[in-house]
Design a protein around this ligand. Structure first.
Ligand code: AMP
Length: 196
């Protein structure tokens, strides 16, 4: 199963993706994690990306597509994956469709985690303390939210038009949100349910 997780920064998509991979046994591919690892390794690409990430802007479509293609063609992605942090704009959504069409593995589901801005800001403030991410300071988060509203929010519509979007309320406990996602899957995949 190939799933795309959508949601604003701090909507909980990374946390929910981590739980889902345990349940579904497919890898979690996070473009943010791929970029932060490249930055930590100090590669030219990683350092270039870090300067952009630290301002809360999106790295270029070409740069991220290269990283993603490498990851999607790794052996353990052939049985499905949960993609988190990509696509971030409509051009990326189209590129993803092209790459996956070439691999004969189209997106099966897009899940949008919806939440109110206050909940999101509280979550990010907590994560800033716990993880010390350099792009979690208040003014940078504000810019990331703006980038999300302007560039990433239309991606949900892209999947809705293709009949692939499921919206899930991202508020409440981590387990409550996870259960909502799993129930949404049951509704969308009755054929996979065990009879009786
Ligand atoms: P995330 O961990 O998904 O919140 O991503 C952290 C940062 O990495 C973002 O604010 C962007 O600067 C960068 N990034 C992650 N994914 C992408 C993407 N698909 N396109 C462009 N930039 C990205």
């Amino acid at each position: 199963m190939r799933i795309v997780m959508l949601g604003a920064p701090g909507s909980g998509k990374g946390t929910q993706a981590t739980l889902l991979v345990e349940r579904l046994g497919i890898p979690h591919i996070s473009t943010g994690v791929l970029l932060r690892s490249a930055a930590q390794e100090g590669t030219e690409l990683g350092l270039k990306a870090k300067a952009i990430m630290d301002r809360g802007n999106l790295v270029s479509d070409d740069l991220i597509l290269g990283l993603l293609k490498d990851r999607l063609t790794e052996e353990n992605a052939s049985g499905g994956f949960i993609l988190d942090g990509y696509p971030r704009n409509l051009a990326q959504a189209k590129s993803l469709d092209e790459v996956l069409d070439q691999l004969g593995q189209p997106v099966d589901e897009a899940i949008l985690l919806d939440g109110d801005t206050e909940t999101i800001i509280r979550r990010i403030a907590k994560r800033a303390k716990e993880e010390g991410r350099s792009d979690d300071s208040e003014d940078i988060v504000r810019n990331r939210m703006k980038v999300y509203r302007e560039q990433t929010a239309p991606v949900a519509e892209y999947y809705a038009e293709r009949g692939l979007l499921t919206c899930v309320l991202g508020e409440g406990s981590i387990e409550e949100v996870q259960q909502r996602i799993l129930s949404a899957f049951e509704i969308y995949h009755p054929a996979t349910e065990t009879p009786g």
